[in-house]
Design a binder for this molecule. Structure first.
Ligand code: WQD
Length: 345
C-alpha cells in the first residue's frame, strides 16, 4: 500500500477548510491542519475526529509565524498546500484594512517563502469571485477582466493572485469561490460565524432560530427581476470536493510530465470558477429556505448595503472540462443542511 500524501491545510478548522479535510481523507490523502483559531473553534477538531475515526494532526498557529511554518514542513513533509487561512469579512476589511493586508497578503508571502525553502511547489489557493468586482456581463468566465476591488478584502485576493502568478516555480490551482453555504449532512460541522453574521445564510438561520429578531434584505430596488441582488450559492461539500479535484490534478502524471517538458499549454497558475453556474436572488433564497424547511423567515426589505454587487454568478465550463468537477447539490439541499446545522450547533 503506497504511503498517503501529506497535504498541509492552512485554516483547516474553518468553514470550508474543515469540510475539505473530510474530503481529502476520503480521497486517500493525509490532511495536516494549521489554524490560529481566529475564526474557528477547537471543538471543530473534536467533530472531525468523530467523523474521521481518528484525530487529524493539528497545530495551533499562524501562517505569519515563519519558524512554525518551516518546522511544519520539516516535520510532516507535505507534498502540497491548500491555503484557506485568511480573513474574509468584506465589511470588517473596510474597517481594518491593515489587519487584512497583514494576514491575507504578508501571510501568503511568508507561506510561499517557507514552501520554496522546503521544496514544496504545489498549492491550491482559496480565491474569490470578489476579484471580478461588479462584472459588466454575467455569467463570469475566468477570462472576464477583474475590476477594481470593492473592498480591501477583494484587493487582498487580487494581490494574492498576482503574487502566485509571478512565483511560477509554484504550481497553483486558484479556485475562485462564489457563495459557500450549507453544512455537512451530519450537521456535526458547519459555518461558525463568530459574533453577528455578515453573510445572508447564517443571519437567516439565526433569525429563524430566534437568535436574531429579523432579517433585513439589503435593497429591493436593484435592476433585477425582483429587485434583490443575485448570487451563485454553492454547497460547502461541493466546494470541498472541488479542492480534492484540484489536488488530484496537481499530482496527475501527465500534468507533471508536461510541466517538466515546459509544455506552454500547462500554466503554472490555473484559475477556476467554483460555483453552480446558477444565480438566485435574495428573495428566491428566502422562498427556497421556507419551502425546503417548512419554517417561516421574518424579514423586511431595507436599504442597500455599501459594496454589494448587483449580480454575479459563474460560468463553470472550464472547471467542468479541466477538473471534471461540477456542483451536485441543489439550493433546497443547501437550505436543509444549513438549517439542520443551525438547530444542532
Ligand atoms: C449575499 C447577498 C447581500 C446579509 C460573500 C463573502 C465573500 C465571498 C463571496 C468568499 C447580498 C444579501 C446579506 C443580510 C442580505 N466569499 N444580504 N441581508 O456579499 O456575496 O460575499 O461571498 O470569498 O467573502 O462575503 O455574501 O452572504 O454577505 O450577501 O440581504 O443580512 O445577501 O446584500 O446580496 P457576499 P453575503
Amino acid at each position: 500500500m503506497t504511503a498517503k500524501r501529506n497535504i498541509l491545510v492552512t485554516g483547516g478548522l474553518g468553514f470550508i477548510g474543515s469540510h475539505t479535510v473530510l474530503c481529502l481523507n476520503e480521497a486517500g490523502y493525509n490532511p495536516i491542519i494549521i489554524d490560529n483559531l481566529h475564526n474557528s473553534k477547537i471543538e471543530v477538531l473534536d467533530a472531525l475526529e468523530e467523523l474521521l475515526g481518528y484525530r487529524p494532526v493539528f497545530v495551533q498557529g499562524d501562517v505569519n509565524d515563519d519558524a512554525l511554518i518551516n518546522g511544519l514542513f520539516v516535520t510532516h513533509r507535505p507534498e502540497a498546500v491548500i491555503h484557506f487561512a485568511a480573513h474574509k469579512a468584506v465589511g470588517e476589511s473596510v474597517d481594518n484594512p491593515l489587519m487584512y493586508y497583514q494576514n491575507n497578503v504578508v501571510g501568503l508571502i511568508t507561506l510561499l517563502a517557507a514552501m520554496k525553502a522546503q521544496d514544496c511547489s504545489k498549492m491550491v489557493f482559496s480565491s474569490s469571485c470578489t476579484v471580478y468586482g461588479e462584472p459588466e456581463t454575467v455569467p463570469v468566465k475566468e477570462s472576464t477582466p477583474t475590476r477594481p476591488a470593492a473592498s480591501p478584502y477583494g484587493a487582498t485576493k487580487q494581490m494574492a493572485e498576482v503574487i502566485l502568478k509571478d512565483n511560477n516555480w509554484c504550481e497553483v490551482q486558484c479556485l475562485r469561490y462564489f457563495n459557500p453555504v450549507g453544512a455537512h449532512p451530519t450537521a456535526k460541522i458547519g459555518e461558525l460565524p463568530l459574533g453577528v453574521p455578515n453573510n445572508l445564510i447564517p443571519y437567516l438561520t439565526q433569525t429563524v432560530a430566534g437568535i436574531r429578531e429579523k432579517l433585513t434584505v439589503y435593497g429591493g430596488d436593484y435592476h433585477t427581476a425582483d429587485g434583490t441582488c443575485i448570487r451563485d450559492y454553492i454547497h460547502v461539500m461541493d466546494l470541498a470536493e472541488a479542492h480534492v479535484a484540484a489536488i488530484d490534478r496537481l499530482f496527475t502524471s501527465q500534468r507533471i510530465q508536461k510541466v517538466l517538458e515546459g509544455d506552454p499549454s500547462t500554466d503554472s497558475f490555473e484559475v477556476f470558477n467554483i460555483g453552480t453556474g446558477v444565480g438566485y436572488s435574495v428573495l428566491e433564497v428566502i422562498n427556497a429556505f421556507e419551502k425546503a424547511t417548512g419554517e417561516r423567515v421574518n424579514y423586511s426589505v431595507g436599504n442597500r448595503r455599501a459594496g454589494d454587487v448587483v449580480a454575479v454568478w459563474a460560468d463553470t465550463e472550464k472547471v467542468n472540462q479541466v477538473l471534471g468537477w461540477s456542483a451536485k447539490r441543489d439550493l433546497a439541499t443547501m437550505m436543509k443542511d444549513a438549517w439542520n446545522w443551525q438547530k444542532n450547533c
